[in-house]
Design a protein around this ligand. Sequence first.
Ligand SMILES: Cc1cc2nc3c(=O)[nH]c(=O)nc-3n(C[C@H](O)[C@H](O)[C@H](O)COP(=O)(O)OP(=O)(O)OC[C@H]3O[C@@H](n4cnc5c(N)ncnc54)[C@H](O)[C@@H]3O)c2cc1C
Length: 351
Amino acid sequence: MYQMTELQKKIQGAMPDLLLKMEEPLCNHTSFKIGGPAEVMAFPSTVEELQKLLRWAKAEEIVPVVLGAGTNVLAPDEGLRGLIVCTKGALMGLTQEDDTSVTVMSGVSMARAAGFAADLGLSGLEFAHGIPGSVGGGLYMNAGAYGGEMKQVAEKTVFMDLEGNLHVAEGEQQDFSYRHSAFTGKPGVIVSGTFRLTPKPAEEIWDTMRVLMGKRKASQPLDMPSAGSTFKRPVGGYAAALIEQAGLKGFQVGGAAVSQKHAGFVRGAVASRQKIIDDCVVLCLNAGSDSGVGDKIADLHLRKLPDSRFLAALQNAGFQIVAQGARGQSGHSGYLFDSIHLHSSLEISGL
Ligand SMILES: Cc1cc2nc3c(=O)[nH]c(=O)nc-3n(C[C@H](O)[C@H](O)[C@H](O)COP(=O)(O)OP(=O)(O)OC[C@H]3O[C@@H](n4cnc5c(N)ncnc54)[C@H](O)[C@@H]3O)c2cc1C
């Protein structure tokens, strides 16, 4: 018989009206379809509910992990203990502010935000239409595609710290750069974003979005579980080109493989496990090292890493971890690392 943990009993007693899921499989909330049970997953549907939750967690000395649409994370097979605050489908709402701006809550999908703006005849979010994450996740890492990025249109971001205080970051305070923002690695939750857009006929905007989606479908393995591009773009090059140059297109480890369609994607198969994806990423780096383009490949930034076990495995495999932006906290397994700069001096064998 299932026994509730202390945390589960406490949070249910303290917030009976909040939507909570206990021992919820993370694989149901990640695009890799990977991840064991989360002890408590909370879905706050208003800013007030989020505030109450974060203040309660603070008083209990619990540091929550934040999850958006789960399209840029690799969750641990063994699951996560503690509190996961999930915004997707929870913190919802879209508002037109004035003739050229809209405010979107963080749990709204990028596709929905782009469609909302298009229907209002407002251009600027077309690039975001095919990115499968939430607006909160997009602002968090300055998501971008096809020459567009959040930086170009995000006027203002509202952020709640772990004490439940709201902060407004405007313009340059958002500190956007390539797949990074002022909120990357900062403890707290992005609540909403306000976007400054440009009037344009709605049909033209939808046409552009259809063209971009067509390009995406033609070049990306959208039918397979993945988290999109696995590696950040190295300076002056493209990760996919380097991986292809290293002869790794189609390279497989267990159920994981470097996509034939897009070498920048490491994709899983149904029922892959985190460890297999890890292995595939590590072996990509290793094989790159072996083939002469390794220095460049080793300079890539891994965008999504699971936990401290993986770091240990990398270190054991001969990687020196040069810099690390960790977002995991003690009490959790160190999940959701933002960027790790790897340097390898490996002689590879055994592939
Ligand atoms: C098929 C596919 C294609 C993709 N194509 C692109 C692309 O073209 N361009 C691109 O940039 N990315 C792409 N991605 C990656 C991903 O969709 C984006 O990075 C997206 O912005 C992640 O948002 P998310 O809501 O899924 O974040 P999650 O994966 O849930 O979380 C990622 C990080 O953001 C943090 N986070 C999420 N929401 C919040 C919040 N509200 N407050 C604070 N922190 C938060 C999490 O804690 C975590 O550290 C693709 C992914 C897939 C699967």
